[in-house]
Design a binder for this molecule. Structure first.
Ligand code: BES
Ligand code: ZN
Length: 448
């Protein structure tokens, strides 16, 4: 079998595991997927092992070690998001196929394709040279999509083993196909779930409606109160510490190929709308938001049912930018809900995962080496310097615990449908990512 074909077959094997980290139903497949990653890393010549955690296992591998060269830690995740709504997939999510050069499967882009491409790059270098240009650590975890709750303690207790000069992550995007992209910032996140309970059981809305307040209405009012007419978040103190966008960023982002028309096409939304005074990219990459991720109450079946629901539930995440502190934001959010809830309902507020934002100077440290590697990958093109709106909570912890910066060099496409039905990854990006891996390790070695 030609090498490329074998690589694709293996990629398909990787994608066949339903490694959904959030749903206990998938526990077995998560474990099998971790074992597969460990086996693959061993097969290419790395020393690899798994570490148990209170949640899903961490897979850790090392390459040949030599004195005097830098240590690079490549991070990725083998867990994936749930597939719902599954009826909207054109193909079963864990039965990968290729069509028009795109692999469709849950996790194809986020993050199996990207970490697998790195593994292919390492495999190729070891096969050709029997060595790598740097001392290498590969860390692949199974809980990124649930906020990496067990990875920070692991970093803390394995500081010496994980000591490195820089972290490399490909779990973000390119601004357009063929467009080299270097990400120097990520948003942070704070999650919270709110349940409003009114009557202790569902009521007849004719017999009681008007006298007993409806918890769905109360929760809807609380949600609506999160934004003002300019779509700014109303919470007191929410914007404290938000770093203003710098002039060079605004200028650099204006000509990028990801403009409103592209966003409209990719999302299918009838129009774009967001915080007054900022462009769409600025809103996504450099401004904080309050989002409702889920909202439910009352009768959802066919026809009508005159019910006054007992409960209403909403799930929120707040995307954060430097220098907002997720813990402080959770406090502000709790205060808002408590202060604005009438005595007619009881409110339960359960905080979820938290992750700090991240921002570095793209031209400092190994940033220059990263841009050189991208330049070799796409000769004659200048890398786009961007931030991303998504979150990789562990990045801030690599900085605070291991004291190292992270190079974010993602190569999924903006319309890859990450977290949505019909997630895709271009077949050609396996090779692209493998070459990026090789150039990057070479440039990092050359810069040290
Ligand atoms: N790969 C994404 C993060 C991402 C997306 C970075 C787009 C840059 C651009 C990652 O797998 C992810 O989805 N993270 C979650 C984190 C959360 C569950 C704590 C996110 O951003 O929602
Ligand atoms: Zn994700």
């Amino acid at each position: 079998m030609p090498a490329a074909k074998a690589a694709l077959e293996q990629f398909f094997d990787f994608l066949r595991f339903g490694s959904v980290s959030t749903d206990p139903k998938y526990k077995e497949q998560v474990l099998e997927c971790a074992a597969w990653v460990e086996k693959k890393l061993k097969a290419i010549g790395l020393e690899a092992r798994q570490y148990e955690t209170p949640g899903h296992p961490i897979v850790l591998a090392r390459g040949p070690r030599k004195e005097g060269r830098p240590t690079v830690l490549i991070y990725g995740h083998y867990d994936v998001q749930p597939v719902d709504p599954v009826e909207l997939w054109h193909r079963p999510p864990f039965n990968p196929c290729v069509e028009n050069g795109l692999v469709t499967a849950r996790g194809a882009s986020d993050n199996k394709g990207q970490i697998f491409a790195h593994i292919l790059g390492i495999e190729e270098a070891l096969r050709e040279k029997g060595d790598l240009p740097v001392n290498l650590i590969v860390l692949v975890e199974g809980e990124e999509e649930i906020g990496s709750p067990n990875l920070a303690p692991f970093l803390d207790s394995h500081r010496e083993e994980l000591a490195c000069d820089v972290v490399v992550i490909s779990d973000s995007g390119m601004v357009a196909p063929g467009w080299p992209t270097f990400t120097y910032g990520l948003r942070g996140i704070a999650a919270v779930e709110v349940t409003a309970t009114g009557p202790d059981h569902d009521l007849h809305s004719g017999i009681f409606g008007g006298a007993v307040e409806n918890p769905a209405t109360v929760l809807a009012r609380l949600i609506a109160g999160l934004h003002d007419k300019n779509l700014k978040v109303t919470l007191k103190g929410f914007y404290d510490g938000v770093r203003p966008l710098r002039g060079w960023e605004r200028r650099a982002w204006k000509p990028l190929p990801l403009q409103d028309a592209d966003l409209l096409r990719m999302t299918g939304a009838p129009a774009l709308r967001g915080e007054k005074g900022f462009s769409s990219l600025e809103r996504i990459w450099a401004r904080p938001t309050a989002e409702v991720n889920g909202f439910g109450s009352g009768y959802q079946g066919e026809g009508t049912k005159t019910v006054l629901p007992s409960k209403a539930l909403a799930k929120f995440t707040f995307r954060l930018v430097p220098d907002q502190d997720p813990k402080k934001i959770l406090g502000i959010v709790k205060d808002y809900f408590r202060k604005n809830t009438p005595p007619s309902v009881k409110l339960d507020i359960v905080p979820g995962h938290c992750g700090g934002p991240y921002l570095v100077d793209p031209n400092a440290g190994f940033g220059v080496a990263a841009q050189k590697a991208l330049g070799r990958l796409f000769p004659g093109k200048k890398p786009a310097l961007i931030r991303e709106g998504g979150s990789i909570p562990i990045v801030a912890q690599f900085k605070s615990i291991l004291k190292v910066d992270t190079l974010l060099l993602g190569f999924c496409l903006p319309d890859c449908n990450a977290h949505s039905p019909n997630e895709t990854f271009p077949v050609s990006h396996l090779d692209l990512g493998a070459r990026l891996n090789r150039y990057l390790l070479e440039e990092i070695a050359a810069a040290s």
